[in-house]
Design a protein around this ligand. Structure first.
Ligand SMILES: *Cc1c(COP(=O)(O)O)cnc(C)c1O
Length: 483
């Protein structure tokens, strides 16, 4: 061991060469992303066992590590970056996001505190302010870039709890729908709101929260001595893409002194397009809003965002300081991230959002979002017209859900056939679609939100659903054929 070994810096020449190797691998991977199966072979438990190893005592060259990563391990994953990824909630991961991460980690500046990197923090503040403007939140709003939608929902619940409950934690009750994303219940628990204080409100035939049932539940809790404090509605549910009646819910919350949080992790980004705003009526009335830039703004995973109408409430929930912290003599003029969220040291995650918007411009984002909506409408219309398909949830935004049925089929037959359809369509390799339980049955769902998905892939999806559903129903229904 020499002092030379203690120096971890690479020479500029070596850094450049390593960087070029990595960029080449990533670009080669992306250049063929459309031909790679939409679902890789993830039957990999034996591989994972074989991968376990003690910490290496001596270093290795980069090249064999990149070989293993790109040739063996990356292909063994759901291809969430594929144009054929119509499962769960896609996004894709635009290349400027990767560039921004390289810059952010490469320079490694401290962006948790305004004073230590003022211009960089300002870029992040700008990106938040653009989101605020597109969501039509007022100027006094403040926000936060988070690791994802789950953590944005968490900070929103903490904010509402601090503002409206204080020490009365156990008297507080909150309301969500039976279709709300599971991260909301989890976040509530993390925020000290235990499951016995979380009320699940019934949905209507289109899977939207029923405002009459919400009203009744709040009144019941009040009469029983509880403190109803928070309603979480969804601007696009994960199961079927349902958009809750946000305007009515906001009015009800305002009248009753409750906080209205909108979980827009899937759907809020469609508010960028003025022509699509009517689909999200009432979204700007909310007290807080979760967005997930790694879904509807197509960024790589690790990008969520929260907007809070009353910026002071967000600060009051998170603000702390200590004698060893740099003194902020600027007062309130500049956005200071650690005063608005749980992190102190953090990655410079706003750079991804900023760089992507600067490189593309908002107009191209709007065009991409409008295209996803159009493609979803097209796919839903063609799939709904297929024999044996029942469209349970037409697209309210860019997600729809359906099941298979035929004369004489039972619920169990239909669930089994619909599951089989997902598997067979996905096995063909061009698209991956997944399912959910809603309305008492199993549904196949198609979500169009990858920036890489275009008409050709939607045509593959419709063709494969048509062919596979015909084959499945022919077998299940035996000799029966449509007249
Ligand atoms: C994806 C999603 C979440 C969770 O977001 P993550 O970024 O995965 O943490 C929450 N709500 C809805 C509606 C979602 O679609």
């Amino acid at each position: 061991m020499t002092d030379g070994d203690a120096d971890l810096e690479f020479s500029p020449q070596v850094m450049r060469s390593m960087g070029e190797d990595v960029v080449k691998r990533v670009v080669d991977h992306l250049a063929t992303i459309g031909e790679q199966p939409a679902r890789g072979n993830v039957d990999a438990a034996d591989l994972c066992r074989a991968l376990r190893e003690p910490a290496p005592e001596d270093g290795t060259d980069l090249a064999p590590l990149l070989d293993a990563l790109f040739d063996e391990w990356i292909p063994r994953s759901y291809n969430t970056a594929s144009p054929g990824y119509l499962a769960y909630i896609p996004g894709g991961g635009v290349f400027p996001g990767a560039l921004a991460d390289l810059i952010a980690a490469g320079i490694n500046r401290y962006t948790g505190v305004w004073l230590t990197a003022p211009a960089l923090v300002q870029l992040e503040a700008n990106a938040l302010d653009w989101l605020r403007e597109w969501m039509r939140f007022p100027a006094g709003s403040r926000g936060l870039f988070t690791t994802g939608g789950s953590t944005a929902n968490f900070s929103a619940i903490v904010c509402a709890r601090e503002r409206l409950l204080g020490a009365e934690l156990r008297r507080g009750t909150m309301y969500l729908s039976s279709e709300t994303h599971h991260s909301v219940g989890k976040s509530a628990r993390l925020a000290g709101i235990l499951p016995d204080r979380v009320r699940s409100i019934a949905v209507d035939a289109q899977f939207r929260m029923r405002v009459d049932a919400l009203h009744d539940a709040i009144e019941r809790d009040r009469a029983a001595g509880f403190l109803p404090f928070l309603v979480v509605s969804s601007a696009g549910t994960t199961n079927t893409g349902a958009v809750d009646p946000m305007r009515e819910i906001s009015a009800l919350c305002r009248a009753g002194g409750l906080w209205h949080h909108v979980d827009g992790a899937y759907g809020a980004s469609f508010h960028l397009c003025p022509e699509l705003r009517p689909l999200l009526a009432g979204l700007p009335d909310a007290d807080s809003l979760t967005l997930d830039p790694h879904k509807g703004l197509f960024l790589p995973y690790g990008s969520g965002a929260l907007l809070v109408r009353d910026g002071e409430a967000l600060r009051a929930a998170h603000s702390e300081t200590a004698s060893y912290m740099p003194e902020n003599r600027q007062g309130d003029e500049f956005y200071d991230p650690h005063q608005y969220g749980p992190d102190l040291s953090r990655n410079f995650r706003g750079l991804r959002v900023w760089l992507a918007f600067k490189l593309y411009g908002a107009a191209r984002y709007r065009a991409a979002l409008a295209e996803k909506r159009r493609l979803a409408l097209d796919a839903a219309q063609r799939i709904a017209a297929l024999p044996h398909v029942v469209m349970d949830a037409p697209p309210q935004l860019s997600l729809f859900a359906f099941h298979l049925a035929w004369p004489g089929s039972t619920l169990a037959d239909e669930d089994a056939a619909t599951r089989e359809l997902l598997e067979r369509v996905t096995r063909r390799g061009k698209v991956i679609i997944t399912g959910c339980h809603a309305g008492g049955r199993f549904l196949a769902r198609v979500c169009v939100l990858s920036f890489r998905t275009h008409q050709d892939r939607i045509d593959d999806c419709v063709t494969h659903v048509a062919e596979e559903s015909a084959a499945i129903v022919a077998r299940h229904a035996g000799a029966w054929r449509p007249a």
